[in-house]
Design a protein around this ligand. Structure first.
Ligand SMILES: [Fe+2]
Length: 241
């Protein structure tokens, strides 16, 4: 499996605090069956990570984690903000990959609401040639109150990622039901862990994958953890027969 969203890179946000904790999390991911792990630290008002600093931290971690045998990629989880077009223009975007030739990034909304103007911002971004990936909409109160809002973002040209723990029922009833609905409707392209630690928000996609299989069948569910992420990260051609 390929996990496109994690907070394993240590010491840069509210994820892993120490190298030891990060290595433990990465070993858990490997044991769960993850072969490619994206490290996606927050870039938001609280964690103003600069791409060059993340790259330096990433290079150190790649060396420290070399024995674990999981391929690592660096990206980021970027909070919705009017600064995003400027980051793109300044070539300072930590892209997670590309979709149909268009660079893609992880886009986060606050937990409680969708800021006014977000759909318009997303429309401008798509028109400029990039693909936002809306992360964990099932954990946002406004999307929970009206899951069909996600359809608007997908129609606008976004992709969507739900959290494996949500659809596995590990984060409560509302994220669970919202994740189920979004998956049933076909608005979801990726399942990812968004892991932050070893206990409360741990690595692990298998339970979520099993739940997704109930809805989409084996092949449809595997697309969320294999075919689609592999296409996003540019691995698809390598895996083709
Ligand atoms: Fe995250």
């Amino acid at each position: 499996m390929i996990d496109i969203h994690s907070h394993i890179l240590p010491g840069v946000d509210d994820g892993a605090r120490t190298l030891g904790q990060a290595l433990t999390m990465l070993r858990m991911a490997a044991d769960d069956g993850v072969t490619v792990q994206a490290l996606t630290p927050h870039i938001n008002a609280m964690y103003k990570n600069r791409p060059e600093d993340l790259r330096a931290a990433f290079d150190r971690f790649v060396a420290d984690a070399s024995g674990i045998g999981v391929e690592l990629r660096l990206a980021a989880e970027i909070a919705v903000s009017p600064e995003i077009p400027g980051m793109i223009a300044g070539e300072r975007m930590p892209w997670v990959g590309a979709w149909e030739g268009r660079p893609a990034f992880l886009l986060e909304f606050p937990a409680t609401l969708i800021p006014a103007g977000s759909l318009r911002l997303v429309g401008r971004l798509v028109a400029s040639g990039v693909t936002p990936i809306v992360v964990h909409p099932e954990r946002n109160r406004q999307f929970q109150a009206d899951p069909t809002l996600l359809a608007d973002y997908v129609k606008e040209g976004c992709l969507a990622q739900i959290t494996s723990g949500s659809i596995a029922g590990e984060y409560g009833r509302t994220p669970f039901q919202t994740a189920i609905r979004m998956t049933e409707e076909g608005w979801v392209h990726f399942l990812a862990t968004d892991c932050h630690d070893e206990t409360h928000r741990p690595p692990g996609m298998k339970a979520g994958l099993r739940q997704a299989e109930e809805i989409l069948g084996k092949e449809g569910a595997r697309a969320l953890v294999m075919a689609n992420p592999s296409r996003l990260l540019g691995l698809a051609t390598k895996e083709a027969p």
